[in-house]
Design a protein around this ligand. Structure first.
Ligand code: PHE
Length: 356
């Protein structure tokens, strides 16, 4: 090989090994093999060489062209692999990251309150139950120690439903979630704690009453459950739910056929400003009591061995209080403007540690 070919080879190989990216590499390729590249030019000039020299130089040039082409291709592959590696390092895609979908729609305040109740009672070890809207007369009234012709049946403005096929018992749209006390006692293994949020129905309609509304029932049964447990549990719940650590809570003697003793539970607030926990006024929030022994017996549980407490509260009522919603009716009107105002982000679930 003549000196100039030798030099072209060593220069090109040196330049290639120094080229650190594809841009530098391409400049070398064009400079050697391009239309007016050095090797291309040498090949073009071959025609002018003397015939005896042309043969030897032509063969040498072709060998060199093969070597340099291979070196150039090899360097390209190396640089491309390095470029890909660099991109993989810097543009890493973490497929284990949770997706961040666009929030669409809003959580209705009723659903939100149910979720908050599930979170708070769930942390206290309660199971979350569900039951049917249509109950029989026995579960809604009889088993709960509300005898036939008792005034409570009228007080509750019951919607009656004809008996199901082949059945004789009159059915009702449940007037409260308390029939779930009966179902829980008949099916759950003792001891247990359960809350049951759900729909309830009474023939009643004005600014503060809807024929369909929601309640949350609670039932705790054990061998040595006392009134102290009832009070501690409900005080803790109300303080967590309303987010007021020193919320005043008052237990006021009352009457329900299915609890004995029975208590209405009030929270402190200001009638003037609506501030929960402020002021000197009291607001009734829920009904509660120790499960009446007759109810336990009606459900096949020995009241000498087991006792417990029950409570029930209106979901709309506590939701209106907590979020300052003045009117009950829009809860069921599906007005998007109302929902946009009072609804909750579906991608921000209830987190107890953030406060509910
Ligand atoms: N069921 C009662 C009501 O609807 C509330 C309640 C439930 C009271 C459980 C005591 C115990 O008013």
């Amino acid at each position: 090989m003549t000196d100039d070919l030798e030099r072209l080879k060593t220069d090109t190989l040196a330049a290639l090994s120094e080229a650190s990216d594809l841009r530098a590499w391409d400049a070398i390729r064009v400079g050697v093999l391009g239309k007016s590249g050095s090797l291309t030019t040498m090949l073009k000039e071959l025609g002018r060489a003397a015939p005896e020299e042309r043969k030897a130089r032509g063969a040498a040039l072709n060998v060199l062209k093969g070597e340099l082409s291979a070196a150039i291709d090899g360097r390209q592959a190396t640089l491309e692999a390095a470029a890909l590696e660099a991109r993989l390092q810097t543009e890493r895609l973490d497929v284990s990251l949770p997706p961040q979908p666009r929030a669409q729609g809003l959580i209705h305040p009723i659903s939100r309150t149910m979720e908050e109740m599930a979170a708070i009672f769930g942390a206290m070890g309660f199971a979350i139950g569900e039951g049917p809207d249509i109950e029989d007369d026995w579960r809604n009234f009889g088993a709960l120690n509300i005898p036939a012709h008792h005034s409570a049946r009228e007080d509750m403005d019951t919607f009656y439903v004809p008996p199901g096929e082949g059945e004789t018992r009159r059915r009702v749209l449940r007037t409260h979630t308390s029939p779930m006390q009966v179902r829980s006692m008949l099916t759950r293994e003792l001891p247990f704690r359960v809350i049951v949020p759900g729909r309830t129905y009474r023939a009643d309609h004005d600014a503060t009453h809807s024929p369909m509304f929601h309640q949350c029932e609670g039932l705790v049964l054990g061998r040595d459950i006392t009134l102290a447990h009832l009070k501690g549990c409900l005080i803790d719940f109300l303080r967590a739910f309303f987010g007021v650590a020193d919320l005043p809570v008052r237990f006021r003697s009352s009457y329900f056929p299915f609890t004995e003793p029975s208590m209405e539970v009030d929270i402190g607030w200001s009638r003037k400003t609506g501030e929960i926990g402020g002021g000197t006024d009291w607001l009734e929030i829920l009904g509660s009591g120790m499960v009446q022994p007759k109810v336990l017996a009606n459900c096949g549980i020995d009241p000498r061995e087991w006792q417990g407490f029950a409570f029930g509260m209106g979901i709309e009522r506590v939701t209106m209080l907590k979020y300052g919603i003045p009117d009950l009716r829009p809860f069921y009107e599906s007005d998007l403007r109302w929902l946009r105002h009072y609804g909750f982000n579906p991608l921000a679930p209830v987190m107890l540690h953030e406060g509910v």
